[in-house]
Design a protein around this ligand. Structure first.
Ligand SMILES: [Zn+2]
Length: 361
C-alpha cells in the first residue's frame, strides 16, 4: 500500500500552480471527484498546505539548487504561502487573482443565494441554473482540456450544488426532475431570472357532443375544451368540430391535476407526464387512415349502407382525414359523422399509454 501511494495529485497540483494562480475552490475543483464529502475549498486548501510542506522540505534538504524558481508557484498558491515566502525571500509577495474565477466564486455563491431567496416561495419545488459569461466558459473549457483534468467539476456545478444545499437547509425543496420553478443566476449581469416550469400530460379524449372545439382560437362561440380546462391544450390531430369522436384521441394538457374528467360532453383520461423527445414524437404522430360512420339521408336505396330508419342510412367510410371524407360526401345529405377508429401509430399510442395508466390505478 505504502509503495503504491504515489504523489500524482501533488505533482498535478504543482504543475497547475506553476502555470496559473488558483484560489482554494478552483484548485480543489480540479480534484472534485476524489474523496467525496469535502468542499472544493477544503480540498484546495489541503493540497496547498501539503504542497507548501513538501516545498519547505525540499528547500531544507537542499534538493533545490535555485530556490528563486519557486517564487512563481508560491505567488500562484496565494495567501497560504506568504509566511513561507517571507522566510526565504526578502522582496514583496505578489498577490494574484485566480485564473478561473478572479477570486469571485464565493461572491457569486452569496449573491446567487441572496437573490434566489427573494424569488423563491416556500412549498414550491425548485431547480437552479447558472449562466456563465462566454469568456469564463471558454477559459474553463480550455483549462480542463489542456491540463487533462479527469476529476474536474465545472464552476457552474459547484455554484449550483452549494447554493442548492444552503437553500434546502432553509426549508426549500429541490427537485431536479420536475421542479415548479427554475431559478437561473446570470453572472454577467448579476441577476436572477425565474422560470415557471410547466408539466405536460398526455391525455386521451372522446367527444360525445358536437360543436365544441378543443382550442379557444378556433371557437366561434368562445366555448372550447381549452377554456373549460383553463390551461393550454394542444391536439396533435383533430376532427371537424361537428364530429363526435368515439376513438381515443390524444391531447397534450399543461399542468392537469385530474386523472379523469367529464366536461361538456368530453371524456378525458389523463395517462402520464410527457416531456423532451417523447413529447416531440407524440406531436408528429398522425393516423394513416380513419374510419368514419356517416349518417345520411337518401331517397334512393344505398347498397353499402345500413338502413336505420326510412330514408336514413349509416355508411362506413375510410379516409385519410375529415377533409378527404367531406370531399367524398359531396352530393349526399349528411346528418351526422362519428369517428370510430384510426389506423397506424395513433392506434399504438392510445393502446400503450391507456393500458399503462389503467395498470397504475
Ligand atoms: Zn477561483
Amino acid at each position: 500500500m505504502q509503495n503504491s501511494l504515489r504523489t500524482q495529485i501533488l505533482n498535478k497540483a504543482f504543475e497547475l500552480l506553476s502555470k496559473y494562480p488558483l484560489c482554494d475552490n478552483c484548485l480543489g475543483r480540479c480534484f472534485a471527484r476524489l474523496s467525496l464529502g469535502h468542499t472544493n475549498e477544503e480540498r484546495g486548501k489541503a493540497i496547498k498546505l501539503l504542497l507548501l510542506m513538501e516545498i519547505d522540505r525540499l528547500i531544507k534538504e537542499h534538493e533545490i539548487e535555485d530556490i528563486s524558481q519557486l517564487k512563481e508557484v508560491l505567488y500562484n498558491i496565494g495567501s497560504h504561502a506568504v509566511t513561507l515566502y517571507q522566510n526565504y525571500f526578502n522582496d514583496n509577495f505578489q498577490n494574484r487573482s485566480c485564473y478561473i474565477c478572479n477570486n469571485r466564486i464565493n461572491e457569486y455563491k452569496e449573491k446567487f443565494e441572496e437573490k434566489a431567496l427573494e424569488k423563491l416561495e416556500k412549498g414550491k419545488t425548485f431547480v437552479l441554473g447558472v449562466k456563465l459569461t462566454d469568456e469564463l466558459k471558454r477559459r474553463e473549457e480550455r483549462f480542463m482540456i489542456e491540463n487533462q483534468l479527469f476529476y474536474y467539476e465545472s464552476i457552474k456545478n459547484e455554484i449550483k450544488r452549494e447554493v442548492g444545499k444552503n437553500l434546502s437547509k432553509q426549508g426549500f425543496i429541490p427537485d431536479f426532475d420536475n421542479p415548479q420553478v427554475e431559478i437561473v443566476y446570470d453572472i454577467e449581469y448579476d441577476v436572477v431570472i425565474e422560470f415557471t416550469r410547466t408539466t405536460k400530460y398526455l391525455a386521451f379524449y372522446n367527444r360525445l357532443s358536437r360543436g365544441i372545439p378543443i382550442s379557444s382560437w378556433v371557437s366561434k362561440t368562445g366555448d372550447s375544451l381549452e377554456s373549460v380546462l383553463g390551461t393550454q391544450t394542444v391536439a396533435p390531430y383533430s376532427e371537424s368540430v361537428d364530429f363526435r369522436i368515439i376513438d381515443d384521441y390524444p391531447l397534450i394538457v399543461e399542468n392537469m391535476a385530474e386523472k379523469e374528467l367529464h366536461v361538456k360532453g368530453f371524456h378525458i383520461l389523463n395517462t402520464s407526464k410527457v416531456s423532451g423527445k417523447e413529447l416531440s414524437t407524440i406531436y408528429t404522430i398522425k393516423p394513416i387512415k380513419r374510419l368514419y360512420r356517416v349518417t345520411i339521408y337518401s331517397e334512393q336505396e344505398i347498397k353499402d349502407g345500413i338502413r336505420i330508419y326510412d330514408n336514413l342510412y349509416d355508411i362506413f367510410i375510410e379516409a385519410k382525414d375529415f377533409k378527404e371524407l367531406l370531399s367524398r360526401l359531396n352530393g349526399f345529405i349528411v346528418i351526422s359523422v362519428d369517428v370510430i377508429s384510426t389506423y397506424g401509430k395513433s392506434e399504438l399510442l392510445a393502446d400503450t399509454y391507456i393500458k399503462k395508466a389503467i395498470q397504475h390505478t
